[in-house]
Write a protein that binds this ligand. Sequence first.
Ligand code: GDP
Length: 299
Amino acid sequence: FTRLREGLARTSGRLGSGIADLFTKAKFDAATLDELEDLLIQADLGVDTAQRITQEVGRQRHERGLDAAGVRGVVATEVEKALADVAKPLVVDNAPKPFVILMVGVNGSGKTTTIGKLAQKFRSEGKSVWLAAGDTFRAAAVEQLAVWAGRIGVPIVKKDIGADASGLAFEALEKAKAANADVLMIDTAGRLQNRSELMQELEKIARVIKKLDADAPHAVLLVLDATVGQNALGQVEAFQKTAGVTGLVMTKLDGTARGGILVAVAEKFGLPIHFIGVGEGVVDLEPFDARDFARALVG
Ligand code: GDP
């Protein structure tokens, strides 16, 4: 919880001091509630959520009086409620092996880093992991994934730049199956300037690996960068339509004062959120917990 709290310090610092400032005014009235709503909107929680929380604060303030800590408590409770249904662990079952995870997301969202962090996590649980360097467009992406694989000590299947990603995914699944691996994570390209081409590529990877396992991929994780703010909503929409996203990972929550975007994404799409990234290090990936997140968000 300490790491999560530190990771969300920029958001909670702004929200917490903003709420404290509301109480330096002589009166807590309708205008104060409007200011609270603005604070929540600035933290990117979304207009609907901000309104609902503000109404609840107004109601409780009227009924029983609230100090700054009380307001933070109401905000946390309401955020937790909004997230309760989407906070779901990623369940990795192994029938038949391996559990295939397709990682999707725009370039720079933290996909490669998240694959590394997840690989480490699975390894620490005693699972055997294979990686596939499916972003065959960027040499840097392949190299970066290979560095992670070396660091963690897991096998990686990679090919030359420009190779067919679906062929590579097929080969990786064949090898991971032969090795009786528990998990295969497939990295994918993430350039969005040509959206339809990208989406076709993702569909093709999914189609081709189904020849080896009709249920693969067992999970399609969309990696979202929290620092892009409202743009995250458009990314979910685009990938949800074409890539069959089954769950989300939100990265770089440590790099923004607007971590409420996670709440906005949860409210708009209702997709499971499995993990959050709160730093660049291998340990900076947290299973997503609604209560802990809500408490850390308000400080
Ligand atoms: P990709 O292009 O989607 O594969 O993105 P990368 O994994 O290369 O990540 C892009 C940058 O974001 C790198 O510098 C990562 O170290 C950084 N990054 C990834 N996740 C996090 C996170 O949770 N917090 C912070 N602060 N940086 C992150």
